[in-house]
Design a binder for this molecule. Structure first.
Ligand SMILES: [Zn+2]
Length: 402
């Protein structure tokens, strides 16, 4: 028994990594037992990341590892190797297109105490940093493949993925029963099924790929039940198959710790993207980030704020969660004790003077320190969040035990 990892097999015609794994598992001889499946999202800024930046892994149990390795060799040569160098032609992303560089790893057993997963979700890593697999095939995809295998599942959720028939892969229109989506949305433990504001479904990808839907839940049982409701929904198109994956989605594993800073300036750019300058550099709230952008735009110099996010480059933080720790003190000019007019400054450190009766005083400001603010966290709307982002509604919960 051991673990197979797979990554970077997605191009538009040949499908996506989850589907590639599904097909391989369908063709295994029955005496090879399929255990847990994993879908692991990795460092969002990785240089050669795949479309969804997700790798997959599966536990396979067999008494004949040699036979399995022969099957893996065949699978590699016939199915994955031909993808090498193909260009991903999807329309649903703006990133630079990099040629597909699939990779596959086999570990006879999971290596102990590996930090490789946390490294792979938090920074750029090389394959030689991964625990050495029993066998590996291909190129850059081996990095994500290894990370998916060694993922320690400190904090996990589940996703059921259903694939559509090949004749429908090149349409972006997907038929998933609206009534079934509503049913699933009401099931306790399911999350990110519909956008609570627009009521739009969040379970189907937009581009042309084999995935019909991916529906997320907090236990394998509820996720499996939800997938059945969707697949059997009268308005759902025929599915080729579906499987449930353990995932690191909604784990915040990519975020190390929050940062506290003091606002030095706030600049609103095109479409509302807001740049907050603090002593720790520039913190960016993107146009799509909803409440995060709105909170950023309401900040004033001197406000103390706390953020979770990723540094896209040195001193440039992409904000994922934001809150105000302490509002800046407010200050105003004193009023004249004689005629109640607001007094005016006579220059720096010169005190103030009444514009009417010319009375002077040395105290130039009245300062009010707000009560300890300790404001609530805000986050982007569901469709603008990373797959890895833990909803703020869950932040007070203890981490799930693996
Ligand atoms: Zn006066």
């Amino acid at each position: 028994m051991g673990w197979l990892g797979l990554d970077d097999t997605d191009t538009v015609k040949e499908g996506c990594t989850t589907f590639s794994l599904h097909l391989f598992l369908n063709h295994l001889p029955p005496h090879i037992e399929v255990g847990e499946l994993r879908l692991v999202r990795l460092w969002p800024f990785a240089h050669n990341r795949t479309r969804g930046n997700a790798a997959v892994a599966v536990e396979l149990k067999t008494n004949d590892e040699k036979e399995l390795l022969n099957l893996l060799n065949l699978y590699w040569e016939q199915t994955l190797q031909p993808l090498v160098g193909k260009i991903d032609q999807t329309t649903d992303h703006q990133r630079q297109q990099t040629p597909t560089d699939p990779g596959m790893v086999w570990y006879s057993s999971i290596p102990d105490r590996s930090n490789f997963y946390l490294d792979a979700v938090r920074r750029e890593v090389r394959f030689d940093e991964a625990p050495t697999p029993t066998h590996s095939w291909g190129g850059g995809g081996r990095i994500g493949a290894a990370a998916a295998v060694v993922w320690p599942k400190r904090n996990l959720t589940w996703e059921a993925i259903a694939w559509r028939f090949e004749s429908r892969w090149n349409t972006t229109k997907r038929m998933v029963c609206e009534q079934a989506i509503t049913t699933v949305t009401g099931m306790k433990g399911m999350f990110l099924t519909r956008n609570p504001r627009s009521q739009h479904s969040l379970i189907s990808p937009r581009g042309t790929c084999p995935v019909l839907f991916g529906v997320r839940g907090r236990t394998p049982e509820i996720t499996t039940a939800a997938a059945k409701v969707l697949v059997e929904g009268p308005g759902t198109e025929d599915v080729l198959g579906w499987r449930v994956f353990a995932t690191n989605q909604a784990s915040d594993d990519h975020l190390e710790r929050s940062i506290i800073g003091t606002v030095e300036s706030v600049e609103v750019l095109a479409r509302g993207t807001t740049v907050i300058t603090t002593e720790h550099g520039q913190w960016i709230a993107f146009a799509e980030s909803g409440d995060v952008k709105l909170m950023a735009q309401g900040l004033v110099n001197g406000d103390q704020i706390e953020a979770f996010g990723l540094f896209a480059e040195a001193n440039v933080l992409h904000i994922e969660k934001l809150r105000t720790v302490q509002k800046a003190p407010t200050r105003w000019r004193p009023k004249c004790s004689v005629c109640q007019r607001t007094m005016k400054s006579m220059g720096q450190d010169q005190g103030v003077r009444c514009p009417v009766c010319k009375q002077r005083q040395t105290q130039a400001w009245i300062v009010s320190q707000p009560e300890n603010h300790d404001g609530a966290w805000v986050q982007p709307p569901p469709d603008a969040r990373r797959h890895l982002a833990r909803p703020i509604e869950w932040l007070d919960e203890p981490m799930d035990a693996a």
